[in-house]
Design a protein around this ligand. Structure first.
Ligand SMILES: *Cc1c(COP(=O)(O)O)cnc(C)c1O
Length: 375
């Protein structure tokens, strides 16, 4: 086992016990449960599963394969690179690229059978100039996010422009919500109304209308339309931090304690000595740091032997310390940084809030140095 090819993610995934002292565990059964629960909630709307940014840190290809098995209809990614990676790994489901396309990508988008967004007449012309076969596109309409897409009042004009070229097959029309993480939000309701009005005008057309992200699904049932795009929710988190019984987190972050020492009362710990012991204490070292994506400003506890202990001092690039007081905790013990141990749990949202950010950013920040173990 010591001679495992560490650089190959696949090889590491096959080990029941990981050769690296810190790792991310993915509960694939829980992911299936989440997907099935969401399917039930939004039915008869279809699901386009967002797999961008390495499937929110969970592993792009692996999560795509599970989605395929569960019967998810469509996958969504942000850019060409992610779409190609899915195709090269044998994923055959329809894939939509959400991000704005660049002229140099058009040949590959078509070659790999990727559906993509047309967000302006200019983009449509770029594609039409280079395109010899039919390509499947989604028109992107800006109902209030003000990121990409044409204004809603120009939507019909864009549609007829796009359809004046023989190379386009308009599969979908979509928009994105700016404030759906808040319940009962006036602006979210306005976006839904504007999108609804557009759909009514095109009632006789078989085009998939899609608007809702996780916030839309949780707070705005009238945002479902023909298809929904739940990212965070599929991985087990509600946009505002709450959760129910069926949809639960899929990811845990764990490590083996790598060092242990007893220090005197009143001594400083880690860079800058921002933390001082209150009594003679046992200090354990955890081999995870901001170099793995465990951000320097995280201030949650860590679980060791079923109990919560505070992070002691600054998080370093590759490790950080935990003050376990007078309790037991030794080299090799499992520490849980996100997830459950015994009766206790460290919640991702608490971690994100302690670092002044959202769950999405913490998840997508975990990089390749942390192997993913699929249970
Ligand atoms: C990321 C993204 C989503 C998913 O957002 P969540 O808040 O994670 O549900 C949906 N649609 C588009 C266009 C996105 O870029």
């Amino acid at each position: 086992m010591l001679h495992a090819p560490y650089s190959e993610k696949i090889a590491i995934q096959q080990f029941p016990i990981c050769p690296h002292p810190a790792w991310i565990e993915i509960d694939t059964e829980q992911f299936r449960k989440n997907l099935r629960a969401i399917c039930k909630i939004v039915a008869p709307s279809k699901i386009c599963l967002p797999l961008k940014a390495n499937a929110y840190g969970h592993g792009l290809v692996k999560m795509a394969k599970i989605a395929e098995e569960v019967g998810i209809e469509t996958l969504g990614v942000s850019c060409l690179k992610e779409g190609v990676e899915l195709r090269l790994n044998g994923i055959e489901l329809p894939i939509v690229i959400f991000g704005a396309i660049h002229e140099s990508q058009i040949t590959d988008l078509i070659h790999y059978d990727l559906q993509f967004s047309i967000s302006s007449k200019y983009k449509a012309e770029l594609v039409a100039k280079r395109c010899s076969v039919k390509c499947k596109v989604h028109l992107e309409i800006d109902t209030g996010m003000r990121r990409t897409g044409v204004r809603v009042e120009n939507a019909l004009d864009l549609l007829s422009f796009v359809e004046s070229f023989s190379c386009f097959d308009v599969v979908g029309i979509y928009s994105h919500m700016a404030t759906s993480d808040k319940p009962q939000d006036l602006f979210a309701k306005e976006q839904i109304a504007a999108f609804s009005k557009l759909k009514e005008k095109l009632q006789d057309r078989s085009i998939l209308f899609h608007l809702a992200n996780s916030g839309g699904i949780v707070h705005y049932p009238d945002s479902y339309f023909d298809m929904v795009r739940p990212g965070l929710l599929c991985y087990g988190y509600f946009p505002d931090g709450r959760w129910d019984d069926e949809i639960k987190p899929v990811l845990s972050l764990k490590a083996h304690i790598s060092y242990f020492k007893v220090v005197a009362k009143g001594v400083g710990i880690s860079y800058g000595h921002t933390y001082h012991t209150e009594k003679t204490s046992r200090i354990v070292t955890i081999p995870v740091g901001y170099g793995d994506g465990f951000r320097r400003d995280i201030k949650t506890d860590v679980l060791i032997r079923g109990k919560k202990y505070p992070i002691a001092g600054a998080i370093c690039m590759d490790q950080f310390m935990v003050d376990i007081g007078e309790d037991a905790g030794y080299v090799g013990d499992e520490a849980v940084l996100i997830g459950k141990q015994g009766e206790e749990e460290i919640f991702l949202w608490d971690l994100a809030k302690s670092a002044g950010t959202i769950a999405h950013e913490i998840l997508t920040g975990f990089n390749d140095r942390l192997p993913r173990i699929y249970l």
